[in-house]
Design a protein around this ligand. Structure first.
Ligand code: DGY
Length: 378
């Protein structure tokens, strides 16, 4: 019987498991160069926790896992027992990882920031346009053979030009989204975050200089006084926050009710940031409201009724789904493993593109618990 595990460099000294096959070849070369025997799961369906424990077995130096898996204390205990030193999530988000348990077990945990910023921001823009201009409804209408020719009132949507965009979580991806919206649609920006985002504010100020030269009026960019202020003032709210205890159901029925009746909600962060049941209810009761969602509370399941809503545009978690991005994520994840196996330091600077260059730094690109584990930091 054909195996669902693909093996590379079978005589490698360190056994590494990869719970789903990854795009590209570079990641394989990186692990081979670190002396690894690679076992990549190529089965059609993802692995369960039990299957991952079995795959770890009694000899496993490192693992690359997916955001759809629960990397729990049980998995890290199994990895530690098998001689494991390092795990990398094949994602920038790590809400599926019990970081504390990994640290207790002495396992370094990596992620793949930076390389998916552009792809995710672009997808958030695509969702924004799709929601504002009713692209899902339009396509379904046409495919169903209902189009009888141009009509003055057919599927009227909303203009984005000069509207106010609310960004919840103005980190790398939120800022990138804000800049595209600003340059493409001259939108005002209100952002919510812990700190003033000087880099974003300076960017907007430079853009206003440009607008002035064109004889156009300026836009504004400001940090929200609080979340409620942002929700009330914005025409479109885009979520880019991490998922943790504080942000679970951050957007609930009460906060949805603060948004404009014809507001737009975009989510490319994590499904659990939104109370999906409350969103279904809100969209049912407010047909002018629109949502564009790439992530869901219980992926791959959708909340009852969500898929039937005409005012919601949905995608199957495609934020980072470009060829270049997924290959680059594979490179970062494998470099996290390779560098720790070789005893190299952990990189602490934001520049991730250096790791994609022909002469990458000799370090693990992104180790979340490097400090806690006492790794050398550079
Ligand atoms: C991530 O990396 O966290 C993204 O959700 C993957 O698309």
């Amino acid at each position: 019987m054909e195996s669902n595990w693909q093996i590379h460099n079978s005589s490698g000294e360190h056994r590494v498991i990869v719970t789903r096959n990854l795009p590209g070849k570079k990641w394989i070369e990186i692990l081979e160069d670190a002396g690894c025997r690679i076992e990549a799961w190529v089965g059609r369906k993802g692995l369960t926790g039990r299957q991952i424990v079995n795959a770890i077995g009694d000899n496993c130096r490192a693992a690359i896992g997916m955001l759809s898996e629960n990397w729990s204390a049980e998995l890290f205990a199994a990895l530690q027992k098998a001689g494991g030193k390092v795990y990398s999530n094949y994602a920038v988000g790590f809400n599926n990882v019990d970081l504390e348990a990994a640290t207790k077990n002495g396992i370094a945990v990596g992620n793949t920031p930076g390389v998916l910023t552009g792809a995710t921001a672009e997808l958030a823009v695509a969702l924004t346009l799709a929601a504002a201009r009713r692209l899902g409804e339009g396509e379904r209408f046409l495919r169903a053979g209902l189009f009888q020719g141009w009509a003055p009132s057919l599927l009227l949507g909303r203009l984005l030009e000069r509207k106010t965009i609310g960004i919840i979580g103005a980190g790398r991806i939120g800022s990138a989204y804000a800049k595209i919206m600003l340059q493409g649609f001259r939108t005002n920006i209100i952002y919510h975050g812990k700190r003033v985002n000087h880099s974003l504010e300076n960017f907007v100020s430079a853009f206003n200089d440009f607008l002035a030269k064109q004889g156009e009026r300026p836009v504004f960019c400001r940090k929200a006084d609080n979340l409620e202020d942002l929700l009330i003032q914005s025409d479109c709210v885009s979520l880019h926050t991490v998922l943790n205890r504080e942000t679970h159901h951050l957007i609930d029925a009460r906060r949805l009710s603060l948004m404009k009746k014809n507001g737009i909600l975009i989510n490319t962060s994590r499904g659990q940031v939104v109370d999906e049941k409350a969103l279904v209810e809100h969209c049912l009761n407010n047909p002018q409201f629109r949502a564009g969602l790439d992530v869901f509370e219980e992926e791959p399941r959708l909340a009852p009724g969500l898929a039937r809503l005409e005012n919601v545009f949905i995608l199957p978690h495609l934020g980072s789904a470009t060829n270049w991005t997924r290959r680059s994520m594979a490179v970062l994840a494998s470099m996290n493993l390779g560098a720790i196996i070789k005893g190299r330091p952990a990189w602490t600077k934001p520049e991730m593109e250096l790791f994609l260059s022909p002469d990458p730094p000799e370090a693990a690109p992104s180790i979340l618990n490097a400090k806690e584990l006492g790794l050398v930091l550079i």
